[in-house]
Design a protein around this ligand. Structure first.
Ligand code: GLN
Length: 402
């Protein structure tokens, strides 16, 4: 039984991306990932709430209102795939498909105490996934059980005639690979190990995992990653730029909602987009339009593209020397709903999750202990392109505590 974040096309079913702007839109075809699961007799149970168009980290930016954390109703389940993480954690389904552009599968998985994976950028087809930032978007999986996730990835991965960005790199039997074990060379980043900005229990969990790995004979080394401070600016410049272009199609003319108060073509655009999009989406479109505007394009967009290239190169180089980079998934456990007055608070909380998307490499978040309130802590492992197998084996090596 599989649930879908409300960003996947499922033939004959509504698709809204948790936005008013899609109105009563109904999908006329199946996303490739949905079709492949249905072909394997998966039962699709329905759609899960999320932040509008995947823009957010708390599932509070939804036209339907927030999703509550299954263990504590005053808290957020994370986002943007918060409905999916809550549903899987509450055992309403065995698994969910989410989308991960900057952490949206892994961060809610960590908040809810389950597994969340984003595969390599070119691993899984995006055909039928509502676009947020196309060069970052990946289809991810949320489960309580690693072996179900491994089986699902084998089903959904691989080339697709409808998405030319998917690689023809062979798809291994991820489930079979779970039987093997491996000695890992693990890197942890010095500034993160020592950071005072981490919730102390999250930092302790990271240190405990390092001790556990060493006691099991794995090599763990502390490294510097000088580009750490550029991760978030690079992500938020490029993701908003791509979002502003992708969301231009919602104009009240082609499909979905049209403001009834509009009289001519210009007011159709203006009124539809002003009342159809929520505040956070409008903020992202404005930011993206700004960084792409002719006066600022070179300063922001072009510069961020260059920095992205450096981040990718450094990350891949690190992951050649070590086969795993171990990080917290989020600096904190599940935060209270409504805890932020500035959108920046949530943007900053994506610090550890965006690197995998900026670099395009795969990452898996797994539960590793609880904080003093009994809320789950998540850690994540990154590996090099197409080495998802290592991530499964690595997560299995550690004593995961649900
Ligand atoms: N929280 C990040 C954002 O708001 C990531 C979202 C995502 O991965 N879809 O952009």
């Amino acid at each position: 039984m599989v649930g879908l974040k409300d960003v996947f096309a499922h033939r004959g079913h509504p698709l809204t991306a948790a936005s008013r702007i899609l109105g009563a839109f109904t999908s006329t075809y199946n996303a490739t990932v949905v079709q492949r699961l249905v072909d394997e007799d998966a039962i699709i149970i329905g759609r899960h709430n999320c932040d509008e168009f995947g823009m957010g980290s708390s599932t509070e930016h939804s036209a339907y209102g927030p999703t509550l954390h299954p263990l504590d109703k005053s808290r957020s389940p994370g986002g943007s795939s918060g409905g999916s993480a809550a549903a899987v954690a509450a055992e309403l389904c065995d698994a969910a498909l989410g989308s991960d552009t900057g952490g949206s599968v892994r961060q809610p998985a960590s908040f809810c105490g389950i597994y969340g994976m984003k595969p390599t950028y070119a691993r899984v087809s995006r055909y039928g996934l509502v676009a947020y930032a196309s060069s970052f978007d990946t289809v991810g999986i949320l489960t309580r059980d690693l072996s179900i996730m491994a089986r699902m990835l084998s089903v959904i991965a691989g080339p697709d005639d409808f998405d030319s960005t998917v690689s023809s790199h062979p798809v291994p039997d991820y489930f079979a690979s779970l039987k093997a074990s491996k000695q890992f060379r693990v890197a942890v980043i010095k500034d993160i190990m020592e950071s005072a900005d981490l919730q102390p229990e999250v930092r302790d969990a990271l240190h405990r995992s390092v001790a556990e790995l060493k006691s099991k004979g794995h090599l763990v080394e502390t490294v510097d990653f000088a580009l750490l401070k550029y991760l978030l600016p690079t992500y938020y410049i490029l993701a908003t730029a791509e979002a502003s272009a992708n969301l231009a199609r919602y104009d009240g003319v082609r499909y979905g909602y049209r403001s009834p108060e509009s009289s001519d073509i210009e007011s159709v655009y203006k009124r539809t987009r002003s009342s159809g999009f929520g505040k956070e989406v409008q903020r992202r479109i404005m930011l993206g339009t700004f960084v792409l505007s002719s006066d600022y394009q070179d300063t922001y967009y072009a510069q961020a593209q260059k920095v992205r290239r450096l981040i990718r190169e450094e990350t891949v180089k690190l992951l050649r020397k070590y086969n795993i980079l171990l990080l917290p998934t989020s600096p904190t456990t599940a935060f209270p709903l409504g805890n932020t007055t500035s959108p920046l608070t949530h943007y900053l909380a994506d610090i550890f999750s965006v690197q995998a998307n900026v670099a395009g490499v795969p990452a898996l978040s797994f539960p590793y202990g609880k904080d003093k309130n009994g809320l789950p802590i998540g850690l994540q492992a990154l590996s090099n392109d197409f080495e998802e197998t290592s991530l499964f084996q690595f997560a299995q090596t550690l004593t995961v505590d649900h």
